[in-house]
Design a protein around this ligand. Structure first.
Ligand code: NDP
Length: 447
């Protein structure tokens, strides 16, 4: 390993002990940057890596709120403004009991490279809270969101930092957050994305991450003169990304056969159709229910309370739930069963060991920062529409999304080829994302 990278990794480990997710994300990126660091001493001379692993700013705050019984709760809120070299900070808000500084720093760090890859002028950030909306009434979620925004509003803005949704933050939460921002500032601006259509949201934004993940897979398959037609596919998760990945797979003639959630996973041997996916959408978006209950007495649907969907033999796998949900053992099982493509919809779903196995096996493997970038890219399109005070048609947005996913694919493919790693999308995505941000940082001087 190049000495500069080794030294930075050691320093990051020493300074961020107890933040395993952040350390994992940094290691994955830095190790793959070796060829570009070797070829460009200017990055070391200007301490680019030292600056890139340190967030520009972290805001942590108290979020007090009352439940329906009048009991007071206190959660912790965060916003991490990691790198604003190429545009306003942009990245989602995650509400989940598993949220902590390590998880949000890994997500914000990844976001910097992802946003750079989208070809749009977006810096990287992330935020959220250890509050979990599951099981809470709408009124409780609203009070939490209002309290969260009462601190957050002073740190964000349409030209400063534009948050969006992430796990457990969907249309309902964005609506409440936007309402409170507007009330506090008396401004109607594009300060959040993922908004409802009636107040500045973009068509195709809900679909964008899942659709984009599948468009990216199509582009990868095209390099081997293949298509998704007839391919059997496993998907993990059953939330926003998973639902729309399944929908696009069905539209393109593929056969999605699994979904998962916190209660277990389902196997639909004959493949899902649109009506089935619509039922899952209703289950998760409206009823806020679980797969265990959904699968009961349902013909053609097997429910497994234990294990993960990666045991099913498939052509393609789409991890769309959470970080580290696919480990070395899962990767070995997928490969043994003949899986030829892994397209990450979630952020960092594969462990370093799993990534290593996919790269060594030379299957088509796309890291989330490339293949799930369709969500933030369409958020970028929502920002453009808000600035113009215009709404584009679904066809227009979808066409732009498709074009962006192709551009991300081609940039990553070409960057890998340039540095002698043809077909390695990990190296390609990291280098392509890194160079744009690093060069902007060099241009700005020591800031
Ligand atoms: P959702 O909250 O809509 O869905 C998350 C899914 O993952 C749910 O099915 C959830 O189960 C499942 N899940 C969460 N934690 C666990 C766990 N510990 N064990 C088993 N299943 C679990 O989130 P999204 O679909 O929006 O996000 C999914 C992933 O995609 C995340 O990594 C996110 O960061 C990433 N991503 C999302 C983008 C977006 O636009 N939404 C953009 C880019 C990346 P349950 O239903 O039971 O809660």
């Amino acid at each position: 390993m190049h000495k500069y990278i080794r030294d930075i990794l050691a320093d990051v480990k020493a300074k961020n002990a107890g933040q395993p997710e952040f350390l994992q994300a940094v290691e994955e990126v830095l190790v793959s940057l070796e060829p570009v660091i070797k070829a460009n001493p200017k990055y070391e001379q200007n301490a680019i890596l030292e600056r890139m692993v340190e967030p520009e700013r972290i805001v942590m705050f108290r979020v007090p709120w009352t439940d329906d019984a009048g009991k007071v709760h206190v959660n912790r809120g965060y916003r991490i403004q990691f790198n604003g070299a190429i545009g306003p900070y942009k990245g989602g808000l995650r509400f989940d009991s598993t949220v902590n500084l390590s998880v949000l720093k890994f997500l914000a760090f990844e976001q910097v490279f992802k946003n750079s890859l989208t070809t749009l002028p977006l810096g990287g950030g992330k935020g959220g809270s250890d509050f979990n909306p599951k099981g809470r009434s709408d009124a409780e979620v609203m009070r939490f969101c209002q309290s969260f925004m009462t601190e957050l509003f002073r740190h964000i803005g349409a030209d400063t930092d534009v948050p969006a949704g992430d796990m457990n933050v969907g249309g309902r939460e964005i609506g409440y957050l936007f309402g409170q921002y507007k009330r506090l500032t008396n401004q109607f601006t594009g300060v959040l994305t993922g908004k409802g259509l009636s107040f500045g949201g973009s068509l195709i934004r809900p679909e964008a991450t899942g659709y984009g993940d599948v468009y990216f897979a199509e582009n990868m398959l095209a390099t081997r003169k293949e298509t998704l037609e007839g391919k059997v596919c496993s998907i993990s998760g059953s939330g926003n990304v998973a639902q729309y990945a399944a929908e696009k797979l069905v539209q393109l003639g593929a056969k999605p056969v699994t979904f998962s959630d916190r209660t277990g996973w389902i196997y639909v041997k004959d493949g899902m159709n649109q009506a089935f996916i619509d039922e899952v959408k209703n289950l998760k978006q409206v009823k806020r229910g679980d797969l265990a209950t959904f699968a009961k007495n349902r013909k053609g649907v097997e429910f497994h309370a234990n294990g993960r969907p990666w045991v099913v033999p498939v052509d393609c796998a789409f991890p769309c739930a959470r970080q580290n949900e696919l480990d070395g053992k899962d990767a070995a099982t997928l490969l043994k069963n003949g899986c030829k493509l892994v397209g990450e919809g979630a952020n960092m779903p594969s462990t370093l060991e799993a990534i290593d196995a996919f790269v060594k096996a030379k299957i088509l493997y796309s890291p989330g920062k490339a293949s799930n970038a369709g969500g933030v890219a369409t958020s970028g399109l929502e920002m453009s529409q808000n600035s113009e005070r215009l709404s584009w048609s679904a066809e227009e947005v979808d066409a732009k999304l498709k074009g962006i996913m192709k551009a991300i694919h081609d940039n990553a493919y070409e960057a890998a080829a340039k540095y002698g790693k043809k077909g390695n999308y990990v190296v390609g995505a990291n280098i392509a994302g890194f160079v744009k941000v690093a060069d902007a940082m060099l241009a700005h001087g020591l800031v």
